[in-house]
Ligand binder design. Structure first.
Ligand code: NAD
Length: 351
């Protein structure tokens, strides 16, 4: 089996961000605007140099194009990746400087939270540009931290995938959750409520141990979470968890989680398939957050968000059924479906 050489399109625009006084150092990558402005969160993380941030931004922006397209959103794909300054720093100064760069793009890019950024950061950005979402909700409108919507979508995607792949519901299954941050913690709560047994790992002991105490989860070392005995693996940390080595050691029969870019490279989808492990493509399962963010930006209400998030699970079922019928990886099938949506948008824009 060979993966198609998809996902090679260059970004529409890439903006280098640097403001030494404000501690701003990073990039905005806009991958596609075929369906609308590029939408995707702003990540603040440790990178040794800006090349690392750029590589991450390009991959993540591309993923956003596919995610937004398949979720039926009127947005292209983009992402901002900022290097976290060493030591203490003035967050407001940093995010206002970032917001000015977003404003200079005139609406080509819409930002929101991602790993390492918060609602308060978005409020700082909103002081200088309106092209930001993830602000506190007001008057029944969509808004706020998108993580709970992401967790809800991942949970429902997992339910659908468990029914399709394992022929049963979540109750009694063991789920290994890698990363107990904003999404991972909410997902654990939903899984525990549904009767799953949890195994968790996170390098942050405070988050991890609090969660373990609440839900009676088993805690394992971060190096072991990918090979524990579990029915389902939910990658909810950073990207690239699934590579040739980790897939070789997986015990789970299903992978469904929130992390973006879970496959270290596209060919890992074939390795999963060869091992008989079902994979719910990350951007299909984790679209809840961007669904909330885009609804907020468009001024829609929470009911619209709930309706769109509810469509994730049936989409997963349809995707897994089609992949099984065609004997292909769900990752490849999802990419093709998203590319068709993007191509149709580009055609409409050109007409
Ligand atoms: P977060 O920063 O709140 O949580 C990430 C957690 O992963 C942290 O607790 C961190 O300590 C932990 N972690 C880091 N390395 C780890 C490792 N090797 N093993 C185990 N844990 C590790 O981020 P989040 O908002 O929960 O997002 C989690 C993932 O989901 C990210 O990949 C993010 O891009 C993706 N995602 C998030 C949203 C959202 O709405 N927040 C939406 C779509 C996708």
């Amino acid at each position: 089996m060979v993966s198609r050489p998809t996902r090679m399109t260059p970004p529409v625009e890439c903006v280098r961000l640097f403001d030494a006084a404000a501690g701003l150092d990073g990039v905005i990558a806009i991958h596609s605007t075929a369906l609308g402005p590029g939408a995707g969160g702003c990540r603040l993380w440790h990178y040794d140099d800006v090349d690392g941030a750029l590589a991450d931004a390009l991959r993540l922006a591309e993923g956003m194009s596919y995610k937004n397209a398949l979720a039926g959103l009127p947005f292209g794909g983009a992402k901002a990746v900022l290097r976290r300054p060493a030591g203490s720093f003035d967050r407001t100064a940093l995010f206002r400087a970032f917001g000015r760069a977003v404003e200079a793009l005139g609406g080509l890019y819409v930002t929101a939270e991602d790993v390492g950024t918060t609602v308060a950061d978005m409020q700082d950005i909103a002081g200088v540009t309106r092209h930001v979402a993830g602000l506190p909700p007001a008057g029944g409108r969509a808004g706020g931290d998108p993580s709970p919507w992401t967790a809800r979508g991942v949970f429902e995607a997992m339910q659908a995938a468990a029914a399709h792949t394992l022929g049963r519901d979540i109750a009694g299954l063991t789920v290994a959750v890698q990363g107990t941050g904003n999404v991972g913690a909410d997902l654990c709560r939903r899984l525990a409520d549904a009767g799953a047994r949890l195994v968790i790992a996170d390098p942050n002991p405070a988050r991890r141990d609090r969660l373990a105490a609440i839900h009676g989860a088993e805690v394992v070392h971060v190096d072991d979470i990918l090979r524990v005995e579990a029915d389902i693996l939910a990658p909810c940390a950073l990207g690239g968890a699934l590579n040739a080595e980790s897939v070789g050691g997986l015990k789970a029969r299903l992978v469904c989680g929130a992390a973006n870019n879970q496959l270290a490279e596209p060919a890992v989808a074939d390795l999963l398939m060869a091992r008989g492990i079902a994979y719910v493509p990350d951007y299909v399962a984790n679209a809840g957050g961007i669904i909330s963010v885009s609804a907020e930006y468009l001024g829609e209400d929470e009911a619209e968000v709930a309706a769109r998030v509810a469509r994730i699970a049936p989409r997963v079922t349809a995707l897994l059924e089609r992949a099984a019928q065609e004997g292909r990886s769900p990752a490849v099938v999802a990419d093709e479906m998203a590319e068709e949506v993007i191509a149709a948008g580009a055609q409409r824009a050109a007409a």
